[in-house]
Ligand binder design. Structure first.
Ligand SMILES: *Cc1c(COP(=O)(O)O)cnc(C)c1O
Length: 366
């Protein structure tokens, strides 16, 4: 076969371990998955009802224009319907953007470490990848500016950043955007924007008119609890949306998901509830880290990256065998850390108890 040579250096995305596999392998009855930043409270009950009532739409193709969802989001954010593009998850939008702008001879600038899909898609599309190391888990925006040249087509900004949970302040983001040439698309991935509480965070939707070269990515997978439904969207200028549209599969968001997203969007009380619970959960982890003298990255998202100062795979394995699936920092570029999704109060207590056990066992050994 005449594969693109860049494919040969890639492996498929390694998702968080499936619950059923772990149960079988370790003979466990109860598993708590805190690995993929899903919503521990599920989705709004109204969404469950909507999904149940949507079954009859199954034989028909979805509305490829997502007209109703488009309208709902346009009203919610006070933008024109022509400023939205939809994806089978935000992942799909990353792919669409990469396919539309990246090619051999061009380059793309991103932080290291950040969300893996920017690099993964850029490799497939044959572009040069310029990764700018972070400083204390935060984007080095000046370093990123220096990495930009005439061949740069896309710059990726993840805010808050996955896997560190750190954020970029409004002042820093604005002064960065002012310096990026306006023929370069800046993708601002705000998958976790709904969790942010920092006062100086910039919901960059309000920057859209000031900076016509940005696209903002959002998802229904995280705070809205619709990860299985696969709905993400981008907001940008109509010209940018129009240019990207031919690279989108015509029916990439299914009917059940479109309807579920509309219902989820309407239930902002539920979003607020989850945001509040997430802060309380983060406090549980902060307290634990402080008590045990562990370093962690202060998080504006629904996960926390904790440094155990030992092999992240070992910490991961220890927790796994006791029924808690987290992500080892090894594959995320933080080899001595694990990333833990904030769960319900009880789930957090449970995983913290096992972490304490791990630390005390090690203390006895040494
Ligand atoms: C989870 C995540 C996404 C992708 O979400 P979808 O489920 O594909 O909508 C995109 N960006 C970041 C930073 C994420 O953490």
């Amino acid at each position: 076969m005449k594969w693109k040579e860049q494919l040969l250096q890639l492996t498929p995305y390694q998702p968080g371990k499936p619950i059923e596999d772990v149960k079988r392998q370790y003979g466990l009855e109860k598993i708590v998955k805190l690995a993929s930043n899903e919503n521990p409270f599920g989705c709004s009950e109204k969404v469950v009802a909507s999904i149940q009532s949507s079954a009859a739409s199954t034989p028909l193709y979805p509305d490829g224009n997502a007209t109703n969802l488009r309208e709902a989001l346009a009203n919610h954010f006070h933008f024109s319907p022509s400023q939205f593009i939809f994806g089978n998850g935000a992942d799909n939008l990353i792919q669409i953007i990469s396919r539309s702008l990246l090619k051999p001879g061009m380059n793309t600038v991103m932080a290291a470490q950040t969300f893996s899909q920017y690099k993964h898609n850029a490799i497939i599309d044959g572009a040069e990848i310029r990764e700018v190391p972070q400083i204390n888990g935060e984007h080095d925006l000046n370093g990123m500016l220096e990495a930009i040249d005439d061949e740069t087509a896309v710059v990726w900004v993840c805010n808050p950043n996955n896997p560190t949970g750190t954020y970029i302040s409004e002042d820093s983001l604005v002064s960065f955007l002012e310096k990026v040439p306006n023929d370069i698309l800046v993708v601002i991935d705000e998958a976790y924007a709904d969790y942010v509480v920092a006062n100086d965070y910039c919901d960059s939707i309000k920057l859209l008119d000031q900076f016509p070269n940005i696209i903002i990515l959002r998802t229904f997978s995280k705070i809205y609890g619709l990860a299985s439904q696969r709905v993400g969207f981008g907001i940008s200028q109509p010209e940018i949306i129009k240019a990207l549209e031919p690279a989108r599969e015509p029916f990439n968001v299914n009917s059940i998901a479109q309807k579920a997203a509309i219902v989820a969007l309407k239930d902002q009380d539920y979003v607020q509830y989850c945001k509040q619970k997430n802060r309380e959960g983060l406090e549980q982890f902060y307290l634990f880290c402080k008590e045990k003298g562990l370093n962690y990255y202060p998080s504006q998202a629904n996960f926390i990256l904790i440094d155990f100062d030992k092999d992240g795979n070992e910490v991961f394995q220890y927790l796994l065998e006791r029924g808690y699936i987290v992500r080892s920092g090894m594959a995320l570029g933080f080899p001595t850390c694990v990333r833990v999704t904030v769960g319900s109060k009880e789930q957090n207590e449970g995983v913290i108890r096992v972490m304490e056990e791990l630390l005390s066992e090690n203390a006895v050994v040494s």
